[in-house]
Design a protein around this ligand. Structure first.
Ligand code: PLP
Length: 371
């Protein structure tokens, strides 16, 4: 068994996991109906409440993040859904709403941009909706949306707001309680720097109360059940214990850094990424740009638009040859972009190594000498 040394894995999910967190998974099994488990669960929820900035129970789902996207739709009281779509993950939210039998209106936003509140307001005025789905940090394009404003607009129109903050939570400011979010979710393998396989979500008391009116909640992803079990410090079904152990190893590390310091570290990494793109365009003598405009950029994922003649997968291979894993373009941006996930436990220092590798790869592809 080999462990790649930490600091070389920059996918926009899963993200690099520190060896001590991976090693934290190696613990014996526990009965999940018992005092020892309940103590573990209570400790995990307390740590996650700090990350989500909430006093509500934090649901721990043994699924990837998509599971809780579906749970959120299923918990929505009867009515139409408005899906703000500005990339592949927000498109997935719309697809889930439709697949769960909801009449779904899509508000199309240019890929690479955040949602424009004025257009959301307009759509909410034209029809009545039970819920709005929105993605905070669109990992396919690297665009950031002001979800607080979208949530406020939804509430003014009498709709709930379901927020996918999968690459937001733990990296970008989110104040679940202070902003009055109805439902917000993330996955373990993004900014929390855990192995994949868990999803975390918080529902407001009002959203859970309205969910009891819903008749299509299913079983595995029923948020009303999550809430009932969370009150007893349990999960409805057998949880992925090794992943809970990893979380138990990681949460004290997150608390020691402090969630606000974590937000600041991610803002600094994003700023470095943006500066590097501008510098590198000069070095290689070709246009290279962050896809999202300034002010609408994710703190965790950057999609970099490539000049004609350089393909995303060639950059990925060039970085790999130098020991770094980065992401190809996603969905319809495959080919024309590459993506760097500067999130989780990465630092300005580890990012610098990744950017040097990307810079060398780009210089080689352009046939100019690197730095
Ligand atoms: C990764 C990601 C998801 C999906 O997560 P899974 O854990 O693969 O289900 C959803 N939304 C966003 C914004 C993501 O980055």
């Amino acid at each position: 068994m080999t462990l790649r040394p930490f600091g070389h894995f920059f996918l926009p999910g899963p993200t690099d996991v520190r060896p001590e967190v991976l090693q934290g998974m190696v613990r014996g099994m526990l009965p999940h109906r018992g005092a020892e488990f309940e103590a573990l669960f209570a400790r995990l929820v307390a740590g996650l409440q700090g990350v989500f900035r909430t006093s509500r129970p934090v649901f721990i789902s043994s699924s990837s993040a998509t599971g809780l996207m579906e749970a959120a739709v299923r918990a929505t009281p009867p009515g139409r859904v408005l899906s703000v779509v500005n990339g592949a993950f927000s498109e997935r939210f719309a697809r889930i709403a439709r697949a769960c039998g909801r009449e779904t209106e899509v508000l199309e936003v240019e890929w690479g941009r955040g949602a424009d509140p004025a257009r959301v307001r307009e759509a909410l005025r034209a029809h009545r909706f039970a819920a709005v789905t929105v993605v905070h940090s669109e990992s396919s394009t690297g665009a950031l949306t002001d979800v607080r404003t979208i949530s406020d607009l939804a509430h003014e129109a009498g709709a709930a707001c379901l927020v996918d903050s999968v690459t937001g939570i733990g990296a970008t400011p989110v104040e679940t309680d202070a902003w009055g979010l109805d439902f917000v979710l993330t996955g373990s393998q993004k900014a929390l720097a855990l192995p994949p396989g868990l999803a975390f979500g918080v529902a407001s008391a009002a959203f859970i109360a309205s969910a009891t009116r819903g008749e299509q909640r299913g079983v595995y992803f029923d948020l009303v059940e999550f809430e009932e079990y969370a009150r007893r410090n349990q999960t409805p079904n057998t949880p992925a214990l090794p992943l809970l152990y990893a979380l138990d190893a990681q949460l004290p590390r997150i608390a020691a850094e402090g969630v606000e310091a974590r937000w600041a570290r991610h803002a600094a990494m994003a700023a470095r990424m943006h500066a590097w793109v501008a510098e590198t365009a000069t070095v290689i003598g070709a246009p290279l740009a962050i896809l999202a405009p300034a002010g609408e950029r994710s703190h965790t994922v950057s999609a970099v638009r490539l000049p004609e003649g350089i393909a995303g997968d060639a950059v990925v291979r060039g970085a790999a040859a130098r020991g770094y894993v980065i992401g190809d373009g996603y969905g319809r941006l495959k080919g024309s972009t590459f993506r760097v996930g500067h999130m989780g436990d990465h630092t300005l220092e580890t990012l610098e190594g990744c950017l040097a590798a990307c810079g060398e790869a780009l210089a080689e592809l352009r046939g100019v000498s690197g730095r």
